[in-house]
Ligand binder design. Sequence first.
Ligand SMILES: C[S@@+](CC[C@H](N)C(=O)[O-])C[C@H]1O[C@@H](n2cnc3c(N)ncnc32)[C@H](O)[C@@H]1O
Length: 220
Amino acid sequence: MRARFYERLLLGAKKYPEWAHQKQWAEEFASPENYEKVLDYWKRYRHLDEIVRITTLSRQSRILDVGCDISTVLHYIPGHRVGLDPLARRYRRLHEYPDGISVVSGSAQDIPFPDASFDVVFCTNALDHCASPASAVAEMRRALKPAGFVVLTVEVFSAPSEARNAAHPNSFTRESLLDLLQGIEYKLCKESPWYGLREYCLGRSPTQERELVFVGQTPS
Ligand SMILES: C[S@@+](CC[C@H](N)C(=O)[O-])C[C@H]1O[C@@H](n2cnc3c(N)ncnc32)[C@H](O)[C@@H]1O
């Protein structure tokens, strides 16, 4: 019931502005070439090898990807993998997630798992889609085991701005993001150019924006 509520919230009155884009992306991500390019992007710009090393990801790890979308990082890492997204039900119709990845409906602000369920929580380019990023971070911390890892990728701007558009009710600077993550011991914090996965696959140049990859560990 709650899951349907979040789906309706996103797709409802305002019509989710990114839905047409998602349908197109589902087709494109199905091609082996783009599948490999997304992995290449994660390794070059989102430091995937370093993330795997820092978080000691293994087949035993319990991993959640919040705002997982279709091209979730879960495709490229080992472990017990769960994706969470308000549009999960619709994404499952567009994309056949491989065995070993389950994708469930729900919101970052109300994660439908008990406390201390996961070793690692990813959230990639989804925090600025949330109405309340502070509640989303609190929920990720709740769902993490003690000494668990949070891996965030967030687009950052050089100056604070008001809400950008309907799909992105929030925007961050590096400072405002790090403020939100106080109390999480940082292990990696790197900025890269922001392309967008689809744009990268299409061979477009980076935009002027940057994205910040933050890996932090919660207290034990
Ligand atoms: C840009 S896409 C994320 C891309 C993907 N994580 C990746 O690795 O590139 C943003 C996603 O956030 C989801 N989203 C929107 N509001 C959300 C919320 N409140 N909680 C969790 N996910 C949300 C959208 O449905 C969409 O799938």
